[in-house]
Design a protein around this ligand. Structure first.
Ligand SMILES: Nc1ncnc2c1ncn2[C@@H]1O[C@H](COP(=O)(O)OP(=O)(O)OP(=O)(O)O)[C@@H](O)[C@H]1O
Ligand SMILES: [Mg+2]
Length: 516
């Protein structure tokens, strides 16, 4: 027997009697946000209210065209084709179906009774609709204790279903948001791992004592927030070291904000560093300064040696007082910022010239890290070059490449005025231009190929004589070893030294015996 909603007269009183329990149930279901618990709750309450033996809620999975039920009191999750059974017919047509004996109805899907071992007799099924009127599932009550379900039961179940559908949809949204949040949290944790890996000390390549000492120092200061000054020639990895310090520190999950002091015009220094209040007259928008942006984290002041004296005075004040004031504002804003500064200038010379404040220098340089130029960590050149080659090959999806021993030794002899950045550019060029997997000396740029035979150190800047002599000596030894194919006796002879004398000098200059 199918039935659609019809007006009802004397039964209205009975429905009135049921209104209070329905309201109580609504209160309960509106405070349950967990979908499985909510479905359980609705089914339990409906069973009692309808004097039925069981209640089931089937939700429509539109993507898979299936109906599924987490609770079919006493049984586990069930899934089936949404076109099947009385539940399917209700979900598809939106009709109410009320039958006295389900097994006599051709639409009844006997499989479920078989699976659950339950015997369905009377059955009342109505659609669950969301607030937009869309069908989201089917609500069934089974085996009314006093026989068959009547018109009044239909109306009661509809009233309950209207509330249940809203609660179910809300719980589904909450569940989806939770899933989304968990996924984001997982992604976030993954990304942090990647960031920390990429910028940690692992990204600083080198096994020379100079590099090891830097890595040890970064480790030692990882628990503190002392200011660090990083000096070194262009391209020696000052910024790389600054990031490693930040991502190793307790501030790693807070911002790392970089400011290039050289690119900062005098007129913008204050607003860039300290922020600006909205200017009513000028129409300027309110903007945070770098100090506030880095609050809790690290401010990296790059090219600090290029900061004007006026700006230095302002910076010093913030470092002393730990508060900033927006340009055009009068409220001091407390900031907790660690500063890392970098420069390729010699700040002590700048102090003598009167272009850098000594008091600021001491504030910034609680710890000093001097990045060595590549020519002073010659033994790290092949390792660095191969590491960079591997990176670019991976990036450009090329098979792995290596430097032939002669190419590696030419690289070691080249003075690399642009340091690691120049080495990076050369390796990038080689990955693009060389087709085999081995890079020969002939593949290198002209300057590097020549470097094995060139012994002229730069005399353009004033240097101590002993440094120049050492440099010449070192290069001559390397060249002699190369020409003698690493035969120390021949090399010593060519240089007019004893073998013992050569070994002593090789030790002094950290020249290692290599196959070539
Ligand atoms: N020891 C190292 N291991 C791996 N990569 C390095 C190393 N040193 C520098 N690099 C790489 O060389 C490039 C230049 O480094 P970085 O920008 O840190 O140098 P810099 O000293 O800040 O240069 P500049 O003075 O020109 O600003 C970067 O791509 C960096 O990753
Ligand atoms: Mg830099």
């Amino acid at each position: 027997m199918d039935s659609t909603s019809q007006p009802f007269g004397e039964e209205q009183n009975h429905l009135g009697e049921k209104l209070f329990p329905i309201l109580k149930i609504c209160q309960k279901i509106n405070s349950e946000r967990d979908l499985a618990a909510l479905l359980d709750l609705i089914a339990n309450e409906a069973t009692k209210l309808m004097e039925a033996d069981r209640a089931s809620l089937f939700l429509l999975d539109r993507e898979r065209g299936e109906l599924w039920s987490k609770v079919a009191l006493g049984s586990k999750e069930i899934r089936f084709d949404a076109r099947l059974g009385i539940a399917g017919a209700v979900a598809l047509t939106g009709q109410t179906i009320n039958v006295e004996d389900a097994h006599q109805d051709p639409r009844f899907y006997k499989e479920i009774d078989l699976r659950t071992g339950y015997r369905t007799q009377s059955l009342l099924a109505i659609p669950l609709r969301n607030h937009e009127g869309e069908i989201i599932g089917t609500f069934e009550v089974l085996n009314k204790k006093t026989g068959a379900f009547g018109k009044e039961d239909e109306e009661i179940l509809k009233a309950l279903a209207a509330q249940a559908a809203i609660a179910i949809e809300t719980a589904q949204h909450v569940e989806e948001m939770r899933r989304h949040r968990d996924q984001l949290q997982e992604e976030n944790a993954q990304l942090w791992k990647e960031v920390e890996g990429r910028f940690s000390t692992q990204s600083i390549i080198g096994s020379s004592e100079r590099i090891h000492a830097i890595l040890r120092l970064i480790d030692q200061i990882s628990n503190s927030s002392v200011n660090v000054l990083i000096t070194g020639e262009s391209g020696t990895g000052k910024e790389l070291a600054a990031k490693a310090i930040h991502y190793k520190s307790l501030r790693a999950r807070k911002p790392f904000v970089a400011l290039n002091c050289a690119a900062l015009p005098e007129s913008l220094v204050e607003s860039e560093l300290f922020g600006i209040e909205r200017g009513v007259a000028t129409g300027v928008e309110r903007r945070l300064g770098k100090f506030e942006a880095a609050n809790g984290g690290t401010l990296f002041l790059d090219e600090i040696g290029d900061l004007s004296l006026t700006a230095q005075a302002k910076l010093l004040r913030v470092l002393q007082e730990r508060v900033v004031e927006h340009v055009g504002g009068r409220k001091p804003i407390p900031v907790d910022v660690r500063t890392l500064s970098a420069t390729n200038k010699n700040l002590e010379t700048e102090i003598q010239k009167g272009t850098f404040r000594q008091d600021l220098y001491y504030r910034l340089k609680v710890i000093h890290i001097q990045m060595p130029p590549l020519r002073e960590i010659q033994e790290d050149i092949p390792g660095l070059a191969n590491y960079l080659l591997a990176n670019y090959c991976r990036e450009m999806k090329k098979e792995a490449m290596n430097l032939a021993p002669q190419a590696a030794s030419a690289c070691m002899n080249y003075p690399w005025p642009g340091n690691v950045r120049e080495l990076e550019n050369e390796m990038k060029r080689l990955v693009l231009s060389v087709s085999g997997s081995t890079i020969a000396k002939e593949d290198l740029s002209e300057a590097m190929r020549r470097s094995g035979t060139e012994v002229a150190p730069s005399l353009s800047t004033p240097r101590f004589l002993k440094d120049v002599v050492s440099e010449i000596e070192k290069r001559m030894i390397q060249e002699a070893l190369q020409q003698s194919k690493q035969n120390q006796l021949h090399a010593a002879k060519a240089l007019g030294l004893s073998r013992h004398g050569l070994i002593k000098k090789m030790k002094r200059y950290n020249i290692r015996f290599r196959d070539s």
